[in-house]
Design a protein around this ligand. Structure first.
Ligand code: PEP
Ligand code: MN
Length: 360
């Protein structure tokens, strides 16, 4: 794939839909490490070099970023390699530090996008400043909340707003750390067709082996580019070690990705048959993922039944599941017959899985 540096979606389209690429480590760790990653990315074709300075961590006591001193190191990267530099901001103090230190773009992280007060505060602190702002989706799968966060910036006069799709958190992890639920970013594309939307395959997958699969999916669905976490030695990274890829892997991946020129969902109208069909395919894939998670649970229960010497089939429990599912299906406009057939098939499959465990 040929890569060209672009700034806005309009320019991207003029230049035959070349993708917008952003890459860099999850976090700034040391000045030396940052410069090594940047040096190895110098011929990668990226427009933006990304790195987190303030890291929103799930539990206290984890590495929470090097803070404002890292902005100076990012500026060294900018001077030496000519990349634009960007970082995540989560409050107005971060905004002031970023602006004072010539950051070219700021992004709003997924935890912050979920909080309208925080987004509003950041948007107000940018008043009168013309800096591109990219808004990650909120961690919960709520298209309205994502659109609301984007609107807060637009309303306060920020012209250059983009969106970054990074998947949605779930309690039970499946193949992906943050499953992509593609119908949500496709919905965003439909609601705000002029806005560029790029995909962050690193936080979606949580797994360096899956990054290229999701990146290709992003291009197949006509998203405008990628933000990828890249570290010169991922295994020693201070945050998100499992999902980062090396600069060489990034360059190879980009070279192998296909960026289809003709697909343009918003021009051909999102309602056309092929788009709807691809949404159906995505939903079917999600349904299968849920079946897979259900069977994992069933196997755990099978092990307990084996230990405690219980029967696999328990009539009361089966009746309860069937009645509950039929009632729930009806409340969702699905027929009783359909619910019964689906749940009988699921039950049969579950019994087969547990029988294998008990006979093992
Ligand atoms: C990040 O990009 O490093 C980050 C913290 O991402 P997210 O807000 O998507 O979790
Ligand atoms: Mn990260």
């Amino acid at each position: 794939m040929e890569v060209e540096q672009v700034q806005t979606k309009e320019q991207a389209q003029q230049k035959e839909n070349k993708p917008l690429l952003m890459a860099g480590p999850c976090s700034v760790e040391t000045r030396e490490g940052l410069l090594i990653t940047a040096e190895q990315l110098k011929d990668s074709g990226i427009e933006y070099f990304r790195a987190g300075i303030w890291k929103p961590r799930t539990r206290p006591g984890q590495f929470e970023g090097v803070g404002a001193k890292g902005l100076k190191w990012l500026n060294e990267v900018k001077e030496k390699y000519g990349f634009k530099i960007c970082t995540e901001v989560a409050n107005f103090k971060h905004v002031y530090d970023a602006l004072r230190n010539n950051i070219d773009m700021i992004w709003i992280g997924a935890r912050t996008s979920s909080n309208p007060f925080a987004v509003q505060e950041i948007a107000e602190s940018l008043s009168g400043v013309d800096i591109p702002v990219w808004v990650k989706n909120p961690i919960n799968p709520d298209l309205g909340l994502w659109i609301g966060a984007i609107e807060r910036f637009k309303k306060l006069g920020i012209k250059n707003v983009g969106a970054i799709h990074r998947g949605f958190s779930v309690y039970q992890k499946d193949k992906f750390r943050n499953p992509p639920k593609w119908q949500i970013p496709l919905g965003l594309k439909k609601e705000i067709p002029d806005m560029p939307i790029i995909v962050d395959p690193s936080h979606i997958t949580g797994d360096n082996k899956l990054v290229s699969e999701i990146s290709q999916m992003a291009f197949d669905l006509a998203f405008d580019g990628l933000m990828v976490e890249v570290h010169y030695d991922p295994k020693i990274a201070w945050s998100d070690a499992k999902q980062q890829i090396t600069p060489t892997e990034f360059i190879d991946m980009v070279g192998n990705l296909k960026f289809p020129k003709s697909i343009d969902i918003e021009k051909n109208s999102i309602d056309d048959l092929s788009t709807l069909r691809s949404e159906i395919d995505l939903l079917d894939n999600e349904i299968l993922g849920l079946f897979q998670s259900r069977m994992e649970m069933v196997k755990k229960i099978g092990k307990i039944k084996k230990e405690k010497n219980l029967t696999i089939f328990q009539n009361d429990r089966w009746k309860e599941i069937l009645d509950r599912s039929i009632a729930l299906a009806k409340s969702r406009g699905l027929s009783e017959r359909f619910a019964e057939q689906v749940f009988k098939a699921i039950h049969q499959e579950s019994i087969e899985h547990q029988t294998r465990i008990i006979r093992d």
